[in-house]
Design a protein around this ligand. Structure first.
Ligand code: G5P
Ligand code: MG
Length: 227
């Protein structure tokens, strides 16, 4: 018989520059911990694919390496959080990305921790040129680091992989500048609240065990590999 444990839901954010490995680390977190993953980038790309009003508006900002306006992203992400049961732990990936977004989130939700991936920009530029994405799930691959079993094809669904429009070198440079200007100030914002846990390195395989150790310390019973 499976024992159901009563536990308080954990509310976490994973942040870091574009290409720092937020998606890669998130997929390991949800593999090992009982958390629901919400990526603002994946939500926006789904809106674009559907050609919804939000998607049509967001497309140009994304392709230019700019941030989508706060009001649009806040509405999109907060409405998704509200759909998650209060007993379920969640992990926000790529949101908030401005102080304004962080303030809006804090009006509605209490946070337990912010995991920051501190990866040098030069490492990121190299990685993004070799990234392949399965758009509908958000799964990512990399030519060198974690290639798909069959080139150009998602391991799980067999559907084609694509290179994101915003992974062109000039757009990557713009995204890094946008990060520095608008998102990096969140490090102090969350640092001052005592929520920030930063992990530095150039390899996800070195960063991941430290992130896992931290999460085990705050949600030991949420670790699937121990159940
Ligand atoms: P996204 O989609 O949130 P970004 O720019 O924040 O986009 P991105 O590009 O999705 O972040 P990531 O998730 O941090 O990167 O990184 P990843 O995909 O896991 O890893 C990158 C690559 O490196 C992959 O190929 C992976 O396999 C590889 N890799 C990982 N680890 C290693 C390693 O150790 N070694 C090697 N060699 N490779 C590795 O947002 C997109 C746009 O949406 C808008 C913005 O316009 C944004 O630019 N947006 C928002 N706008 C306003 N507010 C918000 N909150 C917004 N959220 C999104
Ligand atoms: Mg991502």
């Amino acid at each position: 018989m499976r024992l159901t444990l009563l536990r308080r839901a954990v509310h976490a954010i994973i942040m870091g520059p574009p290409g720092s490995g937020k998606g890669t680390v998130s997929s390991r977190i949800i593999r090992d911990f009982d958390m629901q993953h919400l990526s603002s980038g994946d939500l926006l790309r789904a809106e674009i694919a559907e050609e919804s009003t939000h998607g049509v508006r967001a497309k140009q900002y994304i392709e230019e390496g700019k941030l989508v306006p706060d009001a649009l992203v806040v509405e999109l992400v907060l409405s998704q959080i509200q759909k998650i049961s209060t007993n379920t732990s969640w992990l926000l990936d790529g949101f908030p990305r401005t102080i304004e977004q962080a303030k809006e989130l804090s009006k509605k939700e209490k946070l337990d921790c912010v995991i920051n991936l501190d990866v040098p920009f030069n490492t990121i530029r190299e990685r993004l040129s070799g990234r392949w994405t399965h758009l509908s799930s958000g799964r990512v691959y990399n030519d060198g680091f974690n290639p798909p079993k069959v080139p150009g094809v998602d391991d799980i669904t067999g559907e084609p992989l694509v290179q994101r429009n915003d992974d062109k070198p000039e757009t990557v440079q713009k995204r890094l500048e946008t990060y520095q200007l608008q998102t990096a100030p969140l490090l102090d914002f969350y640092g001052e609240k005592g929520l920030l846990h930063s992990y530095s390195g150039t390899k996800t395989d070195e960063i991941w065990p430290k992130v896992k150790e931290f999460l085990n310390s705050i949600m030991p019973q949420g670790n699937r590999s121990r159940l």
